[in-house]
Design a protein around this ligand. Structure first.
Ligand code: M6R
Length: 609
């Protein structure tokens, strides 16, 4: 939540910062702002609303020419999304400018003390307090002032600070939230995520918990809160600007849907040995520990939770290890039973979701072995887990998750098969056969994508509906939940997903003449039961849209609209049924004239609890 950029170098900082903010806008778009150090002042411009409002304001004023700057795109927490609450925030002297991601939990006390001390605060934000605290502690050494302030802050934060006295310095600080330094030549960067500076450098340096970064054009110095210089891990980003651009598509989401075959290929690549069996060295668990496991607990939020549910079906089927899936925000508060014979899997695209991170930390305190399934190298969830299995989906910019979910599900299948392989619950030939089926999936997703015109037409046709229901059984159920979430978040339609067997226990009351009901019905042993559920719905007037497998005609008589997917093993079918759900939601939202990439009230990376 909130995107942050800092730059020091020879270029006009405002250009570099705006480019970074454009790439980070998925993190929040309630307001945007920049501050540039020039002529011994800090020049600040900020506007409520999307980045385009700020760009317009900048185009109508005198150019900012300084080469050191910071910027922010906001997802509002403290205070409404207004100009006044937009970052950067400044102190009483106007010399200190601060941008912030996170929530400062002791902000009320800090603010009170500042006001008693004579400071004038103008916004409702927690961030503004930081600017005034830096002002109080500053004696010429900006990094020392930021270090001293950080020691007093509760909660989580990334701060980036500029000062009028320092035309070649930006100072960053990090606790619990992401901050990464971009290592350039004669220029350096700070950002919430590498996409912000990928157009300038692919070399990045990790900034760790409670560290302070001094960024100058020719150096990056990282210290701990006591001022001791610490070594940092540097890494090379293996994708480039093209991956972070729309590449001719109207929306990032449409591009990301099309990228799914390649993304799944990447998830699978290099993870098989010469015998066609799995090699998951990343798990870092000994065979003995795997054989000792008593349970698997998967924690996740939103779409990642749906991937986790699919993972549960696969893990239990193949390994017979009891597996539970938990909404991360609920997990730690109910005192869950977790111990050293538990494998805790945290599924998160961003690897920064606060709820998932806290669930992971709780499980680790109970001595569970932890595995991150994440798309983001070096993310907090990855760094705090015992092991990380990277999904390798590439950057996902659209707020609505597509290829990330697809690759998470693929990774969860791999985890299930690997545990089965090591525990011997499936013989090697069967594991090989499942892996061969998985390797067919990218091609089958391509085939599914080629059939989507019928789905787009249907979405346009239904786009005035205000309620759509989704039902499924077995692995069709998580896909019903995911289909409903996609439509809800993109088109603001009241969309609900249910296990098909459950509708008669209440939800069927929602059905009236013409209510659209999407039925996830890939070929499965339970299809005959699903047929009964669909008949119950049709008897009450439902208009049924059935997603089913080539060659399976069981549902055809009960479908007002039929969407066919290619045949695969039923356990793997979510990798195909998900595609029409994504296309349906995106086209539905487009037909309503909505912004498919940036739905209202949302942010891609949810770093508050
Ligand atoms: O980064 P994460 O995977 O942890 O994010 C979890 C959810 O916030 C995310 O999946 C969200 O539900 C998406 N908007 C769904 O499209």
């Amino acid at each position: 939540m909130c995107g942050i950029v800092g730059y020091v170098g020879p270029k006009r900082a405002v250009d570099v910062v705006l480019e970074g903010l454009r790439r980070l806008e998925y993190r929040g778009y309630d307001s945007a702002g920049v501050a540039v150090v020039e002529n011994a002042t800090v020049d600040v411009e900020r506007r409520a609303g999307k980045l385009s409002n700020l760009e317009k304001a900048l185009s109508e004023r005198e150019q900012m020419t300084g080469t050191t700057g910071i910027g922010h795109t906001r997802w509002a927490t403290h205070g409404a999304p207004t100009d006044r609450n937009a970052h950067p925030h400044v102190d009483c002297t106007g010399k200190v400018a601060v941008v912030h991601n996170g929530t400062i939990e002791n902000f009320a006390e800090l603010r009170h003390a500042l006001e008693v001390g004579g400071h004038q605060l103008h916004s409702e934000t927690d961030t503004e307090a930081v600017a005034h605290m830096v002002e109080e502690r500053y004696d010429g050494d900006l990094a020392a002032a930021v270090r001293s302030v950080c020691k007093e802050l509760g909660g989580s934060f990334v701060l980036v600070v500029a000062h009028a006295d320092h035309p070649d310095l930006v100072v960053g600080a990090r606790r619990n939230l992401p901050l990464v330094a971009g290592v350039g030549e004669g220029e350096n960067f700070l950002a919430s995520d590498v996409t912000a500076f990928i157009g300038h450098t692919r070399n990045a340096r990790v900034v760790d918990q409670d560290q302070i970064v001094e960024l100058r054009s020719d150096s990056i110095t990282v210290t701990d809160l006591e001022g001791t210089v610490v070594d940092g891990e540097q890494y090379h980003v293996d994708w480039d600007t093209d991956a972070a651009e729309k590449g001719g598509y109207e929306f990032f989401m449409l591009k990301e849907i099309e990228e799914q075959p390649a993304a799944v290929r990447e998830t699978l690549a290099g993870r098989l040995d010469s015998k066609g069996l799995l090699r998951l060295d990343e798990l870092a668990l000994s065979d003995e520990d795997i054989r000792d496991l008593e349970q698997v607990v998967v924690v996740a939020c939103g779409s990642s939770y749906h991937s986790a549910m699919v993972g549960k079906y696969a893990i239990e089927r193949w390994t017979r290890i009891a597996t539970s899936v938990e909404i991360a925000s609920e997990f730690r508060y109910r005192d869950p039973v977790v111990n050293r014979r538990t494998l805790l899997v945290a599924v998160s695209q961003s690897g920064e979701t606060a709820d998932t991170l806290e669930a992971l930390r709780h499980a680790r305190q109970q001595r569970a072995w932890s595995l991150a399934v994440t798309n983001t190298v070096g993310s907090t969830v990855a760094r705090e887990s015992d092991a990380a299995l990277y999904t390798r989906g590439g950057p996902e910019v659209a707020v609505a998750s597509t290829k990330a979910v697809m690759t998470q599900m693929t990774a969860m299948y791999l985890v299930g098969l690997y545990l089965a392989q090591v525990r011997g619950t499936r013989d090697p030939d069967e594991v090989r056969a499942h892996l061969r089926d998985l390797q067919e999936i990218p091609h089958l997703i391509e085939e599914t994508l080629s059939r989507m015109e019928v789905v787009r037409e249907l979405a346009r046709d239904l786009s005035s509906e205000e309620r759509v229901l989704f039902i499924g059984r077995h692995v069709g159920y998580p896909m019903a939940l995911e289909g409903a979430l996609k439509l809800k978040e993109l088109a603001y339609v009241s969309a609900e997903g249910f296990p098909a067997g459950e509708i008669k226990h209440g939800p069927i009351a929602l059905v009236e003449q013409g209510t659209p009901v999407v039925v996830l019905a890939p070929r499965h042993a339970l299809t005959s039961k699903l047929v009964t559920n669909v008949q119950e719905l049709r008897a009450r007037g439902a208009r049924t849209i059935v997603v089913t497998t080539d060659g399976d005609d069981a549902m055809e008589p009960y479908a007002d609209h039929l969407i066919r997917i290619p045949d695969t093993k039923s356990l793997l079918s979510p990798l195909l049924t998900m595609v029409p759900m994504q296309v349906f939601a995106a086209e539905f939202a487009k037909a309503r004239g909505l912004d498919v990439d940036q739905p209202r009230n949302l942010a891609k990376s949810v770093t508050v609890e």
